[in-house]
Design a protein. Structure first.
Length: 269
């Protein structure tokens, strides 16, 4: 089985678009009909591909990749919608401390009940049950991510794709962006209005929502592969007016954080 140091997965081609121009490609092929490429960067061999939208695609493709390659770790990258009250702004990057499952559990007349109410865990690993949350703290600590990329203002240089002030909120007025650590929420359906998003924020206390994270986290847990999730904030969850979004800033900023982390790890920091 071929060794890959790092697998980078995004839901859509756009979310992984910054990376091909930064790395030297060696191989392009397909897994389950989805194209992927293998790149060399410094001493690392990277596999980069889009999974398709949603949890089923994310789990199926990540499982297919990990059954074909011996991966050192998996990073899930791309965009997310931040909840009002999270402290995140459009253009910031969330590094997930845990991936919470929004849709597993019991739905009653008074709303959803936790997955633990079923008394059947999604995963049992080394005797530990996991019901609706996959902690990522161990992988973060092992890679010293909070030390290498502390929370707070992030000032990317030209080598990471853009100058300070090149992007920010939808209005383009903010200089630089922030990094924040906290839980992310994986949903089957994105919040369609502010009321739905606020209810999710109050229930789960996650900082942002996306549609793939927990599925890849669960797959990696089952297969003993370290997993990280890094998401650029493209919009406020529940706001469907795309003129208020900034997908470009979210993708560029997420890629800049990925590159900074890769470089620091390669330098042995």
């Amino acid at each position: 089985m071929e060794r890959i140091d790092l697998v980078i997965l995004g839901a859509t081609p756009g979310e992984i678009a910054p990376f091909p121009v930064l790395f030297k490609r060696s191989i392009s092929a397909e897994i389950a009909g989805n194209p992927f490429s293998i790149y060399n960067y410094r001493d690392l061999k990277l596999l980069i591909m889009a999974t398709g939208l949603g949890k089923v695609n994310a789990a199926a493709i990540s499982a297919a990749v990990l059954s074909r390659f011996r991966a050192g770790e998996v990073w899930n990258v791309g965009c997310a919608g931040a909840y009002l009250g999270s402290g995140l702004e459009i253009g910031d990057v969330l590094i997930s401390e845990s991936c919470i499952c929004a849709d597993e559990g019991i739905l009653g007349k008074d709303g959803p009940m936790p997955a633990g109410s079923l008394e059947i865990p999604l995963v049992v690993k080394n005797g530990q049950p996991f019901y609706d949350c996959f902690p990522l703290g161990e992988a973060l600590s092992r890679r010293r991510v909070p030390v290498l990329l502390p929370a707070g203002a992030f000032d990317a240089g030209p080598s990471e794709g853009f100058q300070r002030g090149d992007a920010g909120g939808a209005a383009g007025t903010r200089s630089g962006f922030g990094i924040q650590y906290g839980p992310s929420l994986t949903v089957g359906m994105a919040s369609g209005d502010i009321q739905t998003a606020d209810a999710r924020f109050r229930r789960f206390r996650a900082l942002a929502e996306n549609m793939e994270g927990s599925a890849i986290a669960q797959t990696c847990l089952l297969l003993d592969v370290p997993f990280l999730e890094l998401r650029g904030i493209s919009n406020i969850a529940g706001v469907r007016d795309k003129t208020q979004w900034d997908l470009g800033a979210a993708i560029r900023h997420c890629a800049a954080v990925v590159m900074r982390l890769l470089d620091k790890q390669a330098e042995g920091d």
